[in-house]
Write a protein that binds this ligand. Structure first.
Ligand code: CS2
Length: 322
């Protein structure tokens, strides 16, 4: 009960038990997994600023970093329950509809050209439809991310080096398939639990893009940054569809326009940041390790393909030949 207490208080104040005279017409609570230094957080703060200004104070955004308000899956559920309003998410939505797996499928996309082709093509359209229909979330654009790399305390150059390594993965089925096929022991876990678990040794490794590795301070507990680049991905800033539909038409327009500006703002920050975060990680003592990417890809490709439903295999085949 003690543990649940702060949560309860947070929810009580969220449910509007104590209405405040100064409350805007629409207060949008946003739960993020990153901390205040990350481009997603900065983008949402910017979104809040322009929304407040353009709506003349009728919309206000509150941004809660570091999963303080909710972990990714909980955030999705709280949005669905109309308790909070926005978050960032991507392949975790595979738990609601399968096509979301393509946001982060290992060794599928090579670069941001591929990524934009997928996002703007039929697969991206399908994903956006499913997101509204199957998970009740409305995508507000997308945030491109750098490739995901494995961090650890022993250098990993080849899948053979992974034997038995306990790797934290997000709550996404394809990540479990991937690391099992490679010979490691994948453990799904919420992002905010990763640092402590690495410190305590209940997990030995994790994988994420440079920006998030740096943001979460993993350099303090991980020595090697193994350049596996196994996943290229993006996340969607999202809002509950119910919450969106509640906005009057004039605010809907302002909202969607501001969302486009948020995406452009985030993308600028992301590009500026990519090199800086790598330097920061090296300065904090992380050693970058070249890996045999070919061997990684070969060892897991079949398992990943086989884990897809026949319908998704068709999409996969199409994406591969394009
Ligand atoms: C993050 C997430 O938890 C993590 O490691 O990188 O953004 C992850 O990519 C997702 O769960 C996406 O839905």
């Amino acid at each position: 009960f003690k543990k649940a207490l702060p949560c309860l208080f947070a929810l009580l104040s969220l449910s509007g038990c104590k209405p405040d005279k100064d409350e805007p017409e629409f207060l949008l609570r946003t739960a993020l997994l990153v901390n205040e230094e990350h481009t997603w957080y900065k983008a949402f703060v910017y979104f809040g600023e322009i929304l407040e200004e353009r709506s003349k104070g009728r919309i206000k955004v509150e941004v809660y970093p570091s999963e303080q308000l909710a972990k990714e899956i909980e955030a999705i559920r709280l949005i669905q329950a109309d308790v909070i309003d926005m978050t960032t998410t991507g392949s975790t939505l595979t738990n609601w509809f399968e096509v979301a797996t393509f946001c982060e499928l290992p060794f599928l996309m090579q670069d941001s050209t591929d990524m934009n082709r997928y996002i703007n093509g039929p697969i991206g359209k399908l994903m956006e439809e499913e997101m509204i229909n199957k998970s009740g979330l409305r995508p507000l654009g997308h945030f491109e991310r750098g490739p995901r790399h494995l961090t650890s305390n022993r250098p990993i150059r080849h899948p053979d080096d992974l034997k038995g390594l306990i790797v934290r993965v997000p709550n996404v089925p394809s990540f479990v398939t991937l690391w099992k096929a490679l010979g490691a022991k994948p453990t799904p876990m919420a992002f905010s639990e990763v640092f402590t678990s690495l410190q305590q040794g209940t997990i030995e490794a994790q994988e994420n893009p440079f920006a998030l590795i740096n943001n979460a301070g993993f350099a303090e507990v991980q020595k090697y940054l193994n350049l596996t680049g196994h996943v290229m991905s993006w996340v969607y800033p999202v809002m509950g569809e119910k919450q969106f539909q509640r906005l009057p038409p004039d605010l809907k327009e302002i909202f969607l326009e501001a969302a486009k500006d948020m995406q452009a703002y985030e993308h600028r920050l992301f590009l500026e940041n990519e090199k800086k975060v790598q330097d920061a990680l090296k300065a904090k003592g992380m050693e970058f390790i070249e890996v045999d990417k070919e061997a990684f890809q070969q060892k897991c490709e079949e398992a990943i393909y086989n884990s897809l439903s026949p319908e998704m295999q068709k999409i996969y085949d199409q994406l591969k030949v394009e």
